[in-house]
Design a protein around this ligand. Structure first.
Ligand SMILES: Cc1cc2nc3c(=O)[nH]c(=O)nc-3n(C[C@H](O)[C@H](O)[C@H](O)COP(=O)(O)OP(=O)(O)OC[C@H]3O[C@@H](n4cnc5c(N)ncnc54)[C@H](O)[C@@H]3O)c2cc1C
Length: 404
């Protein structure tokens, strides 16, 4: 009898963990497993703001797929997914086509720019290794240019972060720590550099308790970060941004705008004709799409509603990793003709870093500030590495600089 073909799209938190679990639980005689990813590495998206600011080298964030996935058990195809054709049970890649019996879609997120003029053309985003590398190089280049030009140009040293949510604030924390090094390297006075967070809501970090938000703002302000809350970014040009606050439009000269105020599911999901809600597939309890029994969706491409609040769970690595446990188990049961189970999230808390040794956290009902939150974040990152690739991966890629 022909073995079923399981195809996993994307080696992110959701896809990689699903593949790692399936290679342990399904015997090669039961199914053929294929993992498709653009690169030969998995990257830790939750570390990208460090790569972008230049406080952590991107090689630390990359994990070779072959270091986790056994090629005797899982075929790895390095290619770009173009779309899925669910009616034909087929995936179109840029160089090939794949037929599947069971599909897991874990293609992650992309920036949502909401039609704001100039953002697509001029703003930087932090969404993969390449975009993080470009931003880090761009920062260095602007600092290098500052004293090299006939006329000094403040736009080179003004850095605007659009969005005071999780990503924007974590990036601001890293950048605030990197600026003194850049200033030293390029002979620039620290006071000449501005990091400005423009946030549409009246406060940064929506969803966090007020005490944690106050702590984060004070910590960042003490390192030179400015906040403009209640302000909507209206336009991004190559050398300035325009925002609107209290009915007035104000322009800030800047050659570096980082857009961190919106993500959406990978548009491949919508393009492939799956039924979507806010661009994501509102999955059934067992993580399958509403209309295809053989298609599972995971991570930022999936939408699940928090029944307590009636609102969708925010897209997080924490949820993607937990979903992988359920999806891997359900894929195995589907192959074996068993019963599928429902996904139940177990939220352990939220931790936001504010640089290497500072942060805020709400974990199991407790609030943590400063170095304790920063340590907790590293412990949580290390736990993921241990879960994904065992002690070997943890020792190779873990964060052990707890106090410095
Ligand atoms: C800077 C930053 C900090 C964050 N911090 C946290 C945090 O502290 N805690 C937390 O829980 N969450 C955090 N998040 C959110 C978290 O990173 C995402 O929710 C998580 O990465 C989603 O996992 P995923 O498996 O859906 O997709 P991803 O991990 O994004 O992986 C998607 C994979 O699909 C691949 N791919 C995409 N398109 C294609 C294609 N066309 N063809 C082939 N392969 C493709 C990509 O290369 C990637 O490997 C953060 C996000 C950012 C940007």
């Amino acid at each position: 009898m022909k073995k079923p073909h399981i195809v996993i799209l994307g080696a992110g938190y959701g896809g990689m963990m699903t593949a790692a679990k399936l290679q342990k639980t399904l015997h090669p005689s039961e199914a053929v497993i294929t993992l498709v990813n653009k690169n030969d590495y998995h990257y830790q998206t939750t570390w990208l703001h460090e790569n972008a600011a230049g406080t952590l080298h991107h090689d630390r964030t990359k994990i070779k797929i072959k270091d986790v996935i056994d090629s005797n058990k899982v075929n790895v195809i390095l290619d770009e997914v173009i779309c899925v054709k669910p009616e034909e049970k087929m995936v179109k890649l840029s160089n090939d086509e794949l037929k599947y019996d069971v599909l897991v879609i874990g293609l992650g997120f992309e920036a949502a720019t909401f039609g704001i003029p100039g953002l697509n053309e001029h703003a930087f985003t932090i969404d993969n290794i390449n975009s993080a590398r470009v931003l880090r190089e761009h920062l260095d280049y602007n600092f290098a240019c500052y004293h090299h030009e006939m006329e000094t140009n403040d736009a080179r040293l003004n850095i605007v972060i659009g969005g005071g949510g999780f990503t924007g604030i974590e990036f601001a924390g890293e950048l605030a720590n990197r600026i003194p090094q850049l200033c030293e390297e390029y002979d620039i006075e620290k006071t000449q550099v501005r990091i400005i967070v423009v946030e549409g809501a009246s406060t940064i970090l929506p969803g966090f308790d007020e005490r944690l938000v106050d702590y984060a703002m004070n910590s960042l302000e003490s390192r030179g970060v400015e906040f403009i809350n209640g302000a909507m970014l209206k336009e991004c040009k190559n050398d300035s941004i325009v925002y609107e606050k209290d009915g007035k439009q104000i322009e800030i000269p800047t050659m570096t705008t980082i857009w961190a105020a919106g993500v959406r599911a990978n548009s491949i999901v919508e393009r492939s004709g799956f039924e979507t809600n806010r661009g994501k597939v509102e999955v059934r309890g067992d993580m399958r799409t509403p209309d295809h029994d053989e298609v599972f969706v995971i991570g930022d491409c999936a939408l699940i509603i928090n029944e307590e609040t009636g609102r969708p769970f925010p897209p997080t690595a924490q949820i993607a990793i937990q979903q992988a446990e359920t999806v891997a188990s359900n894929v195995k049961e589907k192959v074996r003709g068993g019963k599928l189970k429902s996904f139940v999230p177990h939220l352990q808390g939220t931790i936001a870093s504010l640089g290497n040794d500072d942060g805020i956290a709400e974990v199991l009902g407790h609030q943590l500030f400063g170095w304790k939150a920063a340590v907790m974040k590293k412990v949580s990152d290390n736990r993921y590495l241990l879960k994904l690739g065992g002690i070997g991966l943890l020792m190779k890629k873990g964060k052990f600089n707890f106090f410095h």
